[in-house]
Design a protein around this ligand. Structure first.
Ligand SMILES: Cc1cc2nc3c(=O)[nH]c(=O)nc-3n(C[C@H](O)[C@H](O)[C@H](O)COP(=O)(O)OP(=O)(O)OC[C@H]3O[C@@H](n4cnc5c(N)ncnc54)[C@H](O)[C@@H]3O)c2cc1C
Length: 555
């Protein structure tokens, strides 16, 4: 097959991957007047990668939005939270730690102003993700920090896409879709270009899998190559291969929280060219996945972003231990669920809880915020579950809705014939928990946490239902949701320095190669350590992409 001729002189940089991190790097280079070629395996419809589907939640520290909601945050507090959450404990964490410190300063410093200047705005109620539940130096956010972008994921992407498109119009950007990189070209110990396959055109819609039919090949050269190819969450074989030993056997059953293009192929290609891959066993998968009744990609699952009131039971009907309440400790809950030998668990709740506490992660599941639609948003703030949540309740295969406990249990048994559910225990737990509601105080720590959460205005307004009896008919009907494990993010990847330059196994800079976003473990090959505070992934793409773009522009 003939090589595709380079249509222009050698660019200043080649960026592999047109997701958020690649686009941010490209936008910085355009600002500096540099010429960039972006090669992307997917069709144009999928421009923006995962970020398009994202909820647009961004981690900010001591923002005006927090202050307006009465939240007192500080860099010291965020540092304490990050450190307790990351649990850095390896030699390979050296660069992750440095990136974490730099990122915290970004999140508490210029991040918001930099985005604001690009037209990015935030929903005024700040969310509280990963609440922790241990002691003050343990895992979790001490305060709400999850800032939802007005326009969700597409709202985060918009300024960078606009800049890249303007760059293309000015002749600075050459965006080549259906170009898949299969090899990095190395010469004299430096990465000097890419080689790969031109894939056949495909009219797959956004996020849908596209064909891998090869119709040609290409080779491009540049003094800088940026790997911006995302993580491994769409490739369950890789997820299982790198599943951490400390978490037991990798589950057979997984839903995909990311499109199939998140295939991890580029990581060993970078390794072969001399880059060091670290922390591949660190991943961030969710435990509240539900089967999408209207799937876009294979095994498409949606994550419930839960408020704290649903009762959480394992596959056999045991209540999850303290503090594994909804939204408190994703990794701890994952570890616990896997240890039960099943890949699913259950939320048991009421209509009143679903109305206030279920949000679904994803731009398409939040048409009000994504479409900046104030009328739809008002409906969210009013009574009733948001339309997409109601659609799942009615059409989703994982939902059981019933007026009585026996009917609820019958539905649960039908959905999980492989497990024997101790429904007597579930009933005992529910009745005991309901009895605790006679007092303002309680020994049930979940109830105490719910009451504590309602002291935060944002939670009281839109996130945490007034405590009520699960068996109160006025709060019904009863609902049980079968929750699956859902793959999402890779926390390890290509080790990089603070300029996003890829490092070799001996710690030296690998000339010519840069890595950004999820492919770089969001910086340094693992800025998060073991766990994340949430909203730090899009932010990590912004920060690492910007660092690479600026470093390359400096020369
Ligand atoms: C539903 C959903 C909700 C989310 N919500 C949030 C949130 O609220 N907050 C948050 O912080 N994060 C969130 N995330 C995570 C965040 O969106 C991603 O981690 C981030 O967008 C990853 O961006 P990236 O640029 O690193 O990679 P990607 O978006 O995966 O882009 C990589 C691109 O590289 C291309 N590519 C890969 N290999 C090759 C190759 N060999 N040759 C050519 N091209 C290649 C891919 O096709 C893809 O387009 C969410 C993700 C999802 C899916």
């Amino acid at each position: 097959m003939p090589a595709t001729p380079a249509s222009r002189p050698e660019p200043d940089a080649i960026i592999v991957g047109a997701g958020l991190s690649g686009l941010v790097a490209a936008a910085e280079l355009v600002d500096a007047g540099k010429h960039v070629v972006i090669v992307e395996q997917e069709p144009e419809a999928s421009l923006g990668g995962q970020a398009h589907w994202s909820f647009g939640g961004l981690f900010l520290v001591d923002s005006p939005e927090q202050r307006r909601m009465g939240v007192k945050d500080s860099l010291e507090l965020a540092r304490q939270d990050w450190s307790g959450t990351a649990g850095f404990d390896r030699d390979t964490d050296e660069w992750g730690r440095r990136w974490a410190e730099a990122y915290l300063e970004f999140a508490g410093g210029e991040k918001r102003a930099w985005l604001h200047e690009k037209g990015v705005r935030f929903f005024p109620i700040v969310g509280w993700a990963e609440r922790g539940g241990y002691n003050a130096i343990g895992h979790g956010n001490s305060v709400p920090r999850f800032h939802i972008t007005w326009g969700t994921g597409p709202g985060v992407l918009a300024p960078f896409i606009a800049k890249v498109q303007a760059g293309a119009a000015a002749g600075l950007v050459d965006l080549r879709h259906r170009h898949r990189v299969d090899e990095l070209v190395v010469d004299g110990g430096a990465v000097v270009g890419v080689r790969g396959a031109v894939l056949a055109p495909d009219d797959a819609g956004r996020g849908e899998p596209s064909n891998r039919d090869v119709v040609g090949d290409f080779e491009l050269r540049a003094p800088a190559v940026v790997v911006a190819t995302g993580g491994i969450g769409g490739n369950h074989d890789l997820v299982r291969e790198y599943w951490p030993e400390r978490m037991g056997r990798a589950p057979e059953e997984l839903l995909s929280g990311v499109p199939a293009h998140v295939d991890g192929r580029m990581l060993p290609i970078a390794e072969q060219a001399g880059a060091r891959l670290v922390n591949r066993d660190r991943m961030w998968h969710y435990t509240e996945g539900i089967t999408n009744w209207d799937p876009v990609w294979p095994s498409h699952g949606i994550r419930i972003l839960p408020g704290p009131s649903s009762l959480w039971f394992d596959a056999e009907g045991r209540r999850l231990p303290v503090p594994l309440f909804p939204g408190f400790d994703t990794l701890g809950t994952l570890e616990h669920i896997v240890s039960t030998g099943y890949a699913h668990s259950w939320f048991v709740l009421t209509q009143k809880i679903i109305e206030k506490e279920f949000a679904l992660s994803g731009s398409e599941q939040n048409p009000d915020l994504t479409g900046k639609d104030l009328k739809l948003l008002a409906e969210r703030l009013g009574s009733g579950a948001p339309g997409p949540v109601e659609a799942f309740k009615e059409r989703g295969v994982d939902f059981v809705v019933a007026d009585t406990l026996p009917e609820l249990f019958e539905g649960m048994r039908a959905l999980s014939p492989e497990a024997t559910i101790d429904t007597d225990n579930i009933e005992r737990e529910i009745r005991a928990r309901d009895r605790e509601l006679d007092n303002e105080f309680s020994k049930d720590l979940q109830l105490t946490a719910v009451r504590g959460a309602r002291k935060y205005r944002g939670d009281k307004l839109i996130r945490v239902a007034t405590p009520h009896r699960i068996l109160d008919p006025k709060a019904g009907p009863l609902i049980a949701v079968k929750l699956h494990l859902l793959t999402r993010k890779s926390l390890g990847g290509i080790q990089t320095d603070l300029d996003s330059r890829a490092l070799a196994p001996d710690g030296s800079v690998l000339p010519g190669l840069y890595a950004v976003g999820e492919a770089a473990g969001f910086g340094g090959g693992g800025v998060h350590g073991y766990r994340a505070l949430e909203g730090t992934f899009l932010g990590g793409c912004l920060f690492t992409g910007r660092a690479a773009g600026r470093a390359i522009a400096r020369g």
